[in-house]
Ligand binder design. Structure first.
Ligand SMILES: NC(=O)c1ccc[n+]([C@@H]2O[C@H](COP(=O)([O-])OP(=O)(O)OC[C@H]3O[C@@H](n4cnc5c(N)ncnc54)[C@H](O)[C@@H]3O)[C@@H](O)[C@H]2O)c1
Length: 449
């Protein structure tokens, strides 16, 4: 790698080779973005399926925005491999976009960050001063705490062989207005010159603001609190959606009224929070706070509220069915949408799963229809409905994901296919009056029965 000033000049002209480790929801569009910006790109993934699909110009992720943009086989400056050892020696800068999930006991799982870092560091040529940037979401301290022991063990020198930095990804899959080329970026690095050099690089990727914000931990913390804030805001409306129906008030009416005030921020309640960010990242912050002995009561309470929404809704659904005379032991619920969010074929951490599990634990059969998902993506026990016109004999339909395809359903036909035409809007997006005129008995999260 050149000196930082030269690096910045080369970034300006596209004369750098960029490696991306992990070609998932974040890494693949990032690799395509840098390629489109004129850089030589090396993409690496340990999944052979992913490598094979990308090499064929196919999209292995469930993000439809990537469907038609994967470079065709043989495209210049586009190199894909399953080997960091092959890719990294070509690269001036390596971006690591691997998963950061939680373990079954809700603790951060940093094994992917450690393993990917080790593979990259082993392949760095001595004296190359390659810049390695972690983009995965982590808590403050992870980049240095996870990578420095490996760097030291391998006998590599910061400032000679490599530099490390952190630049969180903030794009929103399935939302073309907030893709990798449209979101602002923040860069953390203990070396300000490297930080500024990376500003020059990322400014070629995104049209939005790119900023060096100081040490690694500032950028790490910024990302995690963005998602903590969303989790807390959503938890508040979810809690209100449980309180207000008990007071015979519709939470949406309250939110509409409150939103007339200039500083009220409106969020919508739902059956639960899904995905690999919002229901995961707060646990990273909770863990870090616990490590330093500081209570994180608010973050923990918000997580508990959102985590309990699917089982709360399952209880409401079963009561509604019993009140409608559906016989216990015969009840059947149809979930409309399974992905954790609209227009994306991604079932990770979807609230549909705990919702279905809780219903099934009550002896209620569960079917699910989601035009964005393949049949193999559903857990055992759920009856997969591939063709909605063949869904028959259900007692309750539940809108779980506001996919356009779900909203555009032929509601009159579906009402006739039901054994009991009960519908529950779990996203507060349906026109309940219109559904009533189609023969449905309507209910919604946060609305009095
Ligand atoms: N998806 C999002 O909406 C989003 C948005 C912002 C930030 N993030 C964060 O970005 C990170 C990546 O998320 P994602 O959704 O892209 O995950 P993903 O699971 O879609 O992709 C990760 C990819 O990394 C690959 N991988 C795992 N270990 C590897 C290794 N050692 N070497 C090479 N490849 C490896 C996996 O095979 C997979 O293809 C996470 O930290 C996530 O929290 C995600």
């Amino acid at each position: 790698m050149a000196q930082p000033a030269q690096f910045a000049v080369r970034a300006e002209t596209g004369d750098l080779t960029v490696g991306i480790i992990g070609l998932g929801y974040v890494g693949l569009p990032t690799a395509i973005g840098f390629h489109d910006a004129g850089f030589e790109v090396w993409g690496v993934d340990v999944s052979q399926r992913t490598v094979d699909m990308v090499l064929k110009g196919e999209n292995p992720t469930g993000d439809p925005d990537v469907d038609d943009i994967v470079p065709a086989p043989g495209t210049e400056r586009w190199n894909i491999t399953n080997s960091s050892a092959e890719a990294v020696p070509h690269c001036d800068v390596v971006l690591v976009t691997v998963p950061t999930p939680i373990t079954h006991d809700l603790k951060p799982d940093l094994s992917y960050v450690a393993a990917a870092g080790r593979d990259v560091f082993r392949a760095i040529p001595k004296g190359s001063n390659t810049i390695v940037v972690l983009e995965s979401t982590v808590y403050p301290g992870v980049t240095a705490q996870t990578w420095m022991p490996i760097i030291e063990e391998l006998g590599l020198e910061i400032g000679e062989d490599l530099e490390i930095a952190y630049c969180p990804e903030r794009f929103n899959p399935g939302d073309p207005a907030h893709g990798v080329r449209q979101v602002a970026r923040v860069i953390g690095c203990s070396n300000p010159d490297i930080g500024e050099a990376l500003v020059a690089l990322y400014s070629k990727l995104t049209s939005e603001d790119v900023r060096y914000v100081g040490k690694l931990e500032v950028a790490e913390a910024a990302k995690v609190i963005e998602n903590v804030q969303r989790d807390i805001n959503i938890a508040l409306v979810n809690e209100l959606a449980r309180i207000f129906p008990a007071l015979d008030v519709d939470v949406e009416d309250v939110l509409s009224a409150a939103a007339t005030k200039w500083n009220f921020h409106r969020y919508t309640p739902g059956v639960g929070v899904g995905g690999h960010c919002i229901p995961v990242d707060p646990y990273y912050m909770i863990q870090r706070a616990a490590d330093v002995g500081v209570p994180a009561g608010l973050i923990t309470a918000a997580r508990a509220v959102n985590r309990s929404m699917p089982s709360h809704v399952a209880g409401v659904l079963s009561d509604l069915m019993w009140n409608a005379g559906v016989a216990a032991g015969e009840a059947k619920v149809l979930l409309l949408g399974w992905s954790y969010k609209a227009e994306v074929g991604d079932p990770r951490e979807t609230p549909a799963e705990p919702l279905a599990e809780t219903l099934m634990s009550k002896g209620i059969a569960v079917g699910a229809w989601d035009p964005h998902l393949e049949d193999a993506m559903y857990p055992e026990g759920v009856e997969v409905v591939s063709d909605i016109s063949s869904a028959q004999g259900y007692d309750m339909a539940v809108l779980v994901t506001a996919h356009k395809a779900c909203l555009a359903l032929d509601w009159s036909s579906l009402a006739k296919q039901m054994r009991t035409p009960l519908i529950y809007d779990g996203r507060r997006v349906l026109d309940l009056e219109e559904l009533k005129s189609c023969g449905w008995n309507t209910f919604a999260v946060g609305r009095p029965v």
